[in-house]
Design a protein around this ligand. Structure first.
Ligand code: DGI
Ligand code: FE
Ligand code: FE
Length: 199
């Protein structure tokens, strides 16, 4: 991916998203790039995935549902209850069809950036974590610890984010998607294994 490609995507995102969401997008792109440096992954791919991860976010929930239906993007029962989740799947669709991204790892990183999933690839984990810790985020609990952990042990950072996300969703009695729950179980097992080794 040439530098100019990244600049083109940036320009498109600036038009597509409101100011706050665009600033968040840049934060995720740069944080993804930093994590890619740390974990020996392609910096350019990390930037592209970071830039595009919320590319469907400028659209209303109704429009997102409508676009998914029109383009045969499959919608689960859980996504019908929480259409917000679909900005990730529709984002992957748009990345492929509007932004001409065909690398499957970039598309998957966009698709799973909200729920996560078990056995995420390096890029999926990078974007998932970067989305949570980018510099403009300031509301979540344990941000300081998670930011530090992201550069020490990426799986552990994924675990902490899923743990806190589930706690938050339960507190506000929000519907929990099966994929988020499965992702949590999977990264919790990795966490427990490490704890046992330490003991
Ligand atoms: O699009 P962003 O705001 O940058 O971030 P995101 O796509 O990671 O969305 C974060 C929100 O998604 C956060 O408020 C928790 C919510 N979320 C994550 N998993 C689930 C979920 N919401 C529901 N209802 N169910 C889930 O399983
Ligand atoms: Fe998102
Ligand atoms: Fe985001």
């Amino acid at each position: 991916m040439a530098k100019t490609e990244i600049q083109k995507i940036r320009k498109k995102m600036k038009k597509e998203l409101d100011k706050g969401r665009y600033e968040h997008t840049l934060g995720v792109a740069y944080t993804s790039a930093s994590l890619a440096m740390r974990y020996g992954y392609s910096i350019q791919k990390a930037q592209v995935a970071g830039l595009l991860h919320d590319c469907a976010k400028g659209k209303s929930a109704d429009r997102i549902l409508e676009m998914c239906e029109k383009n045969n993007v499959p919608i689960t029962e859980s996504e019908r209850r929480s259409p917000y989740l679909l900005h990730a799947k529709l984002g992957a669709f748009l990345a492929m069809n509007r932004y001409h991204i065909h690398q499957i790892d970039i598309l998957n990183a966009i698709c799973y950036h909200t729920t996560g999933r078990p056995k995420m690839s390096m890029l999926e984990k990078i974007v998932f974590v970067a989305d949570y810790i980018e510099p403009l985020r300031n509301k979540a609990e344990h941000l300081r610890e998670i930011r530090k952990m992201a550069f020490l042990d990426l799986d552990e950072a994924v675990y902490m984010i899923l743990r806190d996300t589930l706690e938050y969703l339960k507190k506000y009695k929000s519907d929990i998607d099966g994929t988020t729950e499965e992702a949590y179980q999977y990264y919790q097992r990795i966490h427990i294994r490490k704890e046992k080794r330490k003991a």
